[in-house]
Design a protein around this ligand. Structure first.
Ligand code: PXP
Length: 267
């Protein structure tokens, strides 16, 4: 996400240079602030207020997923995020004509294309970039043509990375859900290895690599220590933890764990 400009919609960034000691960006996802708001149909708690607070607390950017069914973030939230945020907005969306129109209207700093199924509780898997090349290609082209940085949310599979590269997307985000859900032990270690190998491959083929989904204080450290990752996107855990310690302290602690993992790389 990098250095913010006066308005997220006008923020631009070239390919990030990522080094072992480089700053690992934290994108805070505010979807579930909207989930709580929508439970009562009113205006409180406001995800835009949460986003502004997150930026003050150390978030490098804000992520919001505008779903087809608008179950949490609304179109109005995106409009207000675009006008009020002073850090970049990463809009998560499905590759549909409706969402493309919205992205082209608001022109957020970044769009992360995700698979979306109506009946799922959350984004369950990565995009099948290899299998959906022809469907995704025009979306990547149009978004990139409008100056939006496009990322593709994928499983940590080399074939998906190669397909993302051939599609012309500059960024991929690796799905960390399976790693987070796997009990600690050899099976978790295997999932971590899979992510490490994928992140190394991304750097090798010239893709900026992000990661996210399901991360919390107990799972983030080994992920933050992967040297070729440039950004983590974290939401549900932080919003949940805010109930106990407050949103800003939860973000600050996440930031500290990430920074310590990065500092470990340089020693
Ligand atoms: N990255 C992507 C692409 C996502 O779809 C989500 C969930 O909206 C996240 C990151 C954040 O996941 P979580 O809310 O579990 O931290």
């Amino acid at each position: 996400m990098g250095k913010p400009s006066s308005r997220s919609g006008t923020f631009k960034q070239g390919l990030a240079v990522v080094s072992a000691t480089g700053h690992l960006r934290l994108g805070v996802n505010v979807d579930h602030v909207a989930t709580v708001r929508n439970a009562r149909g009113g205006a409180h708690p406001d995800p835009v207020r949460a986003a502004l607070l997150a930026a003050e607390a150390g978030a490098d950017g804000i992520t919001a997923h505008l779903r087809e069914d608008r179950r949490h973030i609304s179109d109005g939230d995106i409009e207000r995020l675009m006008s009020q945020l002073r850090v970049p907005l990463n809009l998560e969306m499905a590759a549909t004509d409706e969402m493309l129109k919205i992205a082209l209207r608001y022109k957020p700093h970044a769009v992360c294309l995700v698979p979306e199924k109506r009946e799922e509780r959350t984004t369950e898997g990565g995009l099948d970039v290899a299998g959906q090349h022809n469907h995704l290609a025009p979306y990547v082209r149009e978004l990139a043509g409008a100056g939006i940085r496009v990322s593709l949310f994928i499983e940590a599979e080399l074939s998906q990375l190669d397909a993302s590269k051939s599609l012309g997307a500059p960024v991929v985000e690796l799905h960390t859900g399976l790693y987070c859900e796997t009990p600690v032990g050899p099976a978790r270690a295997k999932q971590l290895k899979r992510l490490e190998v994928a992140a190394a491959h991304a750097a090798k083929i010239g893709l900026e690599c992000h990661a996210g989904h399901g991360l919390g204080f107990d799972t983030v450290e080994p992920i933050a220590a992967i040297p070729t990752l440039a950004e983590l996107n974290i939401g549900h855990f932080l919003v949940g933890e805010a109930i106990f310690v407050g949103f800003a302290p939860a973000i600050a602690r996440m930031r500290a764990i990430m920074d310590a993992a990065r500092a470990g790389l340089s020693t």
